[in-house]
Ligand binder design. Structure first.
Ligand SMILES: NC(=O)c1ccc[n+]([C@@H]2O[C@H](COP(=O)([O-])OP(=O)(O)OC[C@H]3O[C@@H](n4cnc5c(N)ncnc54)[C@H](O)[C@@H]3O)[C@@H](O)[C@H]2O)c1
Ligand SMILES: O=C(O)C[C@H](O)C(=O)O
Ligand SMILES: [Mn+2]
Length: 596
C-alpha cells in the first residue's frame, strides 16, 4: 500500500508509480522511498528538494553494498532480523533486493528460524505497526479496521492471517504472532515476486493462553484467555466476510492456527473463496514433493510404503492426507492406503478406542485395537501426562494416569518397519539412535523427514540420521541444515518447508484469479517443485535449493495456472500461462515516481 493516492502503471520492470503524496510523506513511505535514487525531476515534482542530500545515486548497487555491510555488522541473528525489518520499514525495494541477492543466507534470518525468536521478543523490538489487528473484543469493528488499511478492492491480491495459537512449533504467542503473517508475506515477495504493496498481514487476536504474555506489562494484544466456540467463530466469520467484501479478488492464506480450528476453518470457507491453509495443505504438498523424489530414489513404489508420523496435528495429518491420496492414485483402495499409515501422538499410537476423543481429521487414521493388542506398552511418564493438554485429550490423560501405558514410537517402528518416518511433533530428539537403526536395518533406503521448526525442535539432525543409517537415509528437514559428508559422499539436505511451495502456489492462484484453490492445484504445485530438484548426483538434495526459489516459484505458479484453467476455476483470461506468470512478477527495482 502506498501513502496518499497512488496509480501504478506497467508491470514487471516497467512499473511506474504516480502519487498524491508530497515531501516527507513520500520519504516516510517505504513503498515510495528510494533515498538518493530520486532524480532531479522527481525531487522537484514531489517536493523533495531540500529534504534529501543533493547527491543523486540511481544505481541500487551501492545502496545494497552499504545495507549488506550494516546487516553483517549486527552481532546476532536477532539483531540482523531487526536491522533487516527496519530497512523494510524505510525502503521496501532495498529490503527485497537485499534478500533476493542473499536469499540463502537471509531467508533463515528474516524468516524461519529467527522469526520465532522475534515473535518471542515482539513487545521489546517492535517499532512501528505493520498489518491489521482484528480483535475478538471488537468484532463489530472488523470491517472498519480492515478498511482503515486504506486499500480499495483492486489494490489487494493476498491476505495472510494468523491467530497465533500454534506458531511454528513454539506454541501460543498471541498478538506477537502478527510477525508470522508479515514474514510469510515477505517470503511470497522474495520467493515468487508477489507485489509486496498489494498484500495485507492480518492478526486475528482471539486472546492468548500464554501466561508469560498475559503478565507482561508490554504485551500488545488482548489481555484475556483465548476464546473458543461461538465467540471465536464470530471473529473468523467477521474477518472472512469483511475480506471478501472489501477485497473480492484477494486470496486468503491461513497460518499457524491451533489444531482444533485449522481444518474447521478451511472446510467451512474453502468452497466459496480462494484460500488455503499453509500448515495443512502447504506442508502436505512440500512434503509430497520431497517424498516423490525420495520414493523414486529408493526404487520402491507408492503402493509399498508404510508411513509412520510422529505428531498427528495440523501438519502431520495434512501430510498423511496427501500421502494417502497418492497411494490411491497408484491403485490402492482408500482403505488399503489408510491401512499403511500409523500416527503416534502424545497418547502414543492412535487407536480406535481413542476415536471419540480425537480431532476429526485424526480419526480416519486410528489403528484397530485388536491389531495392536499384544504390542508393548510403556508407562506414560509424568512429562507426557502433563503434555496431554488438549481438551480433546482429557479422557486420554485419565487413561494414561491409570497405568494403561502407551504404544510409543520405538514400538511402532519395531513392529511396522516403516519405509517413511515423518516428524511433526514439535519435540526434539524423538528420532533416537535405536529407532533410526531399527528402521535402517529393515529398509534399504529409509525416508526420514524431521520437519519440526524452528531448528532446535527438529526430531533429529541430518548428521545423526545419516550416521545411524550409514548414509542410507533419504532426509529432508523443516528448517535449514548444513550438508553432511558421510563416507566421502556429501549429502545436501533439502528443506521441506512450505516456504518452498506456497509462494508459487499463491502466485499461480493470483495470476489465474482462481475462484478456489483445489487439491489438484496443490498437487500440481508439489510435482512442479519435485521436478525442479536434480537427483543425478549421489547425496543430491530431495528438493530444489532455496537459492533457486524465484525460478522454482515461477515454474510452480505456471503449473498451478494450467491446472486452474483445466479445472475451470480460473476466472482470468489467459492464453499463455508462462507469459501470464512472467508479466505478473514484481521485481525489487526502483521505478519512476511522478506526481498526480
Ligand atoms: N516443515 C514445514 O513446512 C512445517 C510446516 C508446518 C509445521 N511444521 C512444524 O511441525 C510441527 C507441528 O506443527 P503443527 O502445526 O502440526 O502443530 P500442531 O500443534 O497442530 O501439532 C503438533 C502435534 O504434535 C503432538 N505432539 C507434541 N509432542 C509430542 C510428542 N512428544 N510425541 C508425539 N506427538 C507429540 C501434539 O499433540 C500435536 O498433535 C511444528 O514444529 C512446526 O514448526 C513444519
Ligand atoms: O513457517 C515455517 O517455517 C513452516 C511452517 O509453516 C511452520 O509452521 O513451521
Ligand atoms: Mn506455519
Amino acid at each position: 500500500m502506498y501513502s496518499g493516492l497512488a496509480k501504478v502503471t506497467g508491470r514487471g520492470t516497467n512499473r511506474k508509480v504516480s502519487t498524491t503524496a508530497r515531501g516527507y510523506e513520500v520519504l516516510r513511505d517505504p513503498a515510495l522511498n528510494k533515498g538518493l535514487a530520486f532524480v532531479a525531476e522527481e525531487r522537484a515534482a514531489l517536493g523533495l528538494e531540500g529534504l534529501l542530500p543533493d547527491a543523486v545515486v540511481t544505481d541500487l548497487e551501492p545502496q545494497l553494498d552499504w545495507a549488506y555491510r550494516n546487516y553483517c555488522a549486527q552481532p546476532t541473528d536477532l539483531d540482523k532480523h531487526i536491522y533487516a525489518w527496519r530497512l523494510h520499514d524505510n525502503n521496501s525495494v532495498l529490503f527485497f533486493a537485499l534478500i533476493q541477492r542473499h536469499l540463502l543466507e537471509m531467508l533463515p534470518v528474516v524468516y524461519d528460524p529467527t522469526v520465532g525468536e522475534a515473535i518471542e521478543n515482539y513487545s521489546e523490538i517492535w517499532t512501528r505497526p505493520r498489518g491489521v489487528f482484528l480483535s475478538v473484543d471488537a468484532i463489530d469493528t472488523v470491517e472498519q479496521r480492515l478498511a482503515n488499511f486504506g486499500a480499495s478492492a483492486d489494490d489487494i491480491d493476498l491476505l495472510v492471517a494468523t491467530d497465533a495459537e500454534e506458531i511454528l512449533g513454539i506454541g501460543d504467542w498471541g498478538a506477537n504472532g502478527v510477525d508470522i503473517s508479515i514474514g510469510k508475506l515477505a517470503v511470497y515477495s522474495a520467493a515468487a515476486g508477489i507485489d509486496p504493496h498489494r498484500v495485507i498481514p492480518v492478526m486475528l487476536d482471539a486472546g492468548t493462553n500464554n501466561e508469560k504474555l498475559l503478565h507482561d506489562p508490554l504485551y500488545t494484544g488482548a489481555r484475556r484467555a483465548r476464546v473458543s466456540n461461538k465467540e471465536y467463530d464470530a471473529l473468523i466469520d467477521a474477518y472472512v466476510a469483511a475480506a471478501r467484501k472489501l477485497f473480492p479478488n484477494a486470496m486468503l492464506h491461513w497460518e499457524d492456527f491451533g489444531s482444533t480450528n485449522c481444518r474447521r476453518i478451511l472446510d467451512r470457507y474453502r468452497g466459496s473463496a480462494p484460500m488455503f491453509n499453509d500448515d495443512m495443505q502447504g506442508t502436505g504438498a512440500i512434503t509430497m514433493a520431497g517424498l516423490f523424489n525420495a520414493v523414486e530414489l529408493s526404487r520402491t513404489t507408492w503402493r509399498d510404503q508404510r508411513i509412520v508420523v510422529l505428531g498427528g496435528g495440523t501438519a502431520g495429518c495434512g501430510i498423511v492426507d496427501q500421502a494417502r491420496d497418492e497411494m490411491v492414485r497408484h491403485g490402492l483402495s482408500a482403505d488399503d492406503a489408510t491401512a499403511r499409515i500409523w500416527i503416534v501422538d502424545l497418547p502414543g499410537l492412535l487407536t480406535t478406542s481413542m476415536s471419540d476423543r480425537l480431532l476429526d481429521y485424526q480419526r480416519p487414521y486410528v489403528r484397530p485395537d485388536d491389531e495392536v493388542a499384544d504390542w508393548t506398552r510403556t508407562p506414560c511418564d509424568e512429562n507426557r501426562k502433563a503434555a496431554l493438554r488438549w481438551p480433546a485429550m482429557a479422557g486420554l490423560r485419565a487413561e494414561a494416569a491409570n497405568g494403561g501405558g502407551i504404544i510409543d514410537l520405538a514400538t511402532v517402528v519395531e513392529r511396522v518397519k516403516p519405509t517413511i518416518l515423518i516428524g511433526t511433533s514439535t519435540t526434539p530428539g524423538m528420532f533416537t539412535e535405536d529407532i533410526v537403526r531399527t528402521m535402517a536395518a529393515a529398509v534399504e533406503r529409509p525416508i526420514i523427514f524431521p520437519l519440526s521448526n524452528p531448528t532446535h525442535l527438529a526430531e533429529a539432525t541430518p548428521k545423526q540420521l545419516l550416521t545411524w543409517s550409514d548414509g542410507n537415509a533419504l532426509v529432508a528437514t523443516g528448517s535449514p541444515f548444513e550438508d553432511v559428508t558421510h563416507k566421502g559422499v556429501t549429502h545436501r539436505i533439502g528443506q521441506a518447508n512450505n516456504a518452498a511451495l506456497y509462494p508459487g502456489l499463491g502466485l499461480g492462484a493470483i495470476v489465474a484469479r482462481a475462484s478456489k484453490i483445489t487439491d489438484e492445484m496443490i498437487l500440481a504445485a508439489a510435482h512442479a517443485v519435485a521436478d525442479e530438484a536434480n537427483l543425478a548426483e549421489p547425496g543430491a538434495s530431495l528438493l530444489p535449493s532455496n537459492g533457486a526459489l524465484r525460478t522454482t516459484s515461477s515454474v510452480v505458479a505456471t503449473a498451478v495456472v494450467r491446472m486452474a484453467i483445466e479445472q475451470g476455476v480460473a476466472t482470468a483470461d489467459i492464453d499463455d500461462p508462462i507469459e501470464a506468470v512472467r508479466i505478473s512478477e514484481w521485481w525489487p527495482v526502483y521505478c519512476p515516481v511522478s506526481a498526480i
